[in-house]
Design a binder for this molecule. Sequence first.
Ligand SMILES: C[S@@+](CC[C@H](N)C(=O)[O-])C[C@H]1O[C@@H](n2cnc3c(N)ncnc32)[C@H](O)[C@@H]1O
Ligand code: SF4
Length: 362
Amino acid sequence: MNDLGLYIHIPFCKKKCNYCNFFSVNYNFFLCDLYIESIKYESIKFYGKKIKSIYVGGGSPSILSLNQIKKIFIILEKTFDLSAVREITFELNPESTTIDKLYLLKDFGVNRLSIGMQCTEDKFLFFLGREHSFKTFCKIYDMTRKIGFNNVNIDLIYGFNNQTINSWEKTIKTVLYFDAEHLSLYPLSIEKNTFFYRNGMVIDDFTQRHMYDIASEFLEKKYIHYEISNWAKKNMESFHNSNYWRNFEYIGIGAGASGYFKKFRYKNIENVEKYIKLIINNFDVRVENEYINDIIYETEKIILGLRLLNDGVSINSFRNLEHKKSVLMCLKKKMLKKEKNKVKLVKDYVFLFNQVASNFII
Ligand SMILES: C[S@@+](CC[C@H](N)C(=O)[O-])C[C@H]1O[C@@H](n2cnc3c(N)ncnc32)[C@H](O)[C@@H]1O
Ligand code: SF4
């Protein structure tokens, strides 16, 4: 049995950022209390399962009150077998994080934090619709270190149209100064139902590619580029997220959460009130529930696995005739390379991963 992960979705934010299409609504204390109660009922469906990693993401989990954070961890402790948990990640937004919340997280065994910095200049933070300033980020980051968190990730977004190459270089240098254990760098994508989309914002692929190359060059001195968008110091790769890319199963709990459990990939309803109502009345909250047969499993294993740049995919994983043909074609076109019995992504195609992945969809 592979390591089983647990993802808890907290779909509440102070305000929607201009680029974000993740499922979240404005935080409301009473609604959130009911939501946490519903999480309890959904969790009970997986009673006793032995969990290896937990990821509390959002939305903005740090917006929860102290008591709400407490309730969540008590539910998890009472419902799941956490005796073998190795990593617990909690996402933080700088503006809603406080010292008391950080102490509480530490007490409940959280050993990895992921902070949404996004960028280092206030004018860009404002442009992205963020609720924090660079100074607030610095204050929270310092607090995490003083309290003793020694596994911290920083999220960054790059490639918006008023960001110059020079300012991106400056951002990367500033980020290096923080010496975080892990960095996630995302090229801005314009998603439907966002402020940027409604305002016809366009992005320049060429500049984003250039920025990605610059970042890779600067970061390789200190970090291992282990996944397309992720860099980590030695042995500090995200265990939970790496298991997604290894195509291992995970339980997803909450409105809008996805999961992959007992050969079914599922997605819960993206509506907090409906989620609560359905759960309380013991109805199904899944709006998608797909059985992963052998062919789909193989496709997912290849596409997800290729994202892990140093691990790659074992040559034995390509069993289906179409996949065998595709891998030969990608090797011939130098999109992929073979190292021992593994197939890995070639450096020039890391940023163009979708082009490679599309060859394996059957
Ligand atoms: C689940 S989100 C939110 C985490 C946390 N609420 C925050 O905002 O800091 C995880 C990360 O996805 C990235 N992200 C979200 N929407 C994006 C977009 N349209 N383009 C690029 N990155 C995006 C951001 O870097 C964000 O920190
Ligand atoms: S980026 Fe984070 S804070 Fe902003 S809307 Fe999305 S989930 Fe909420």
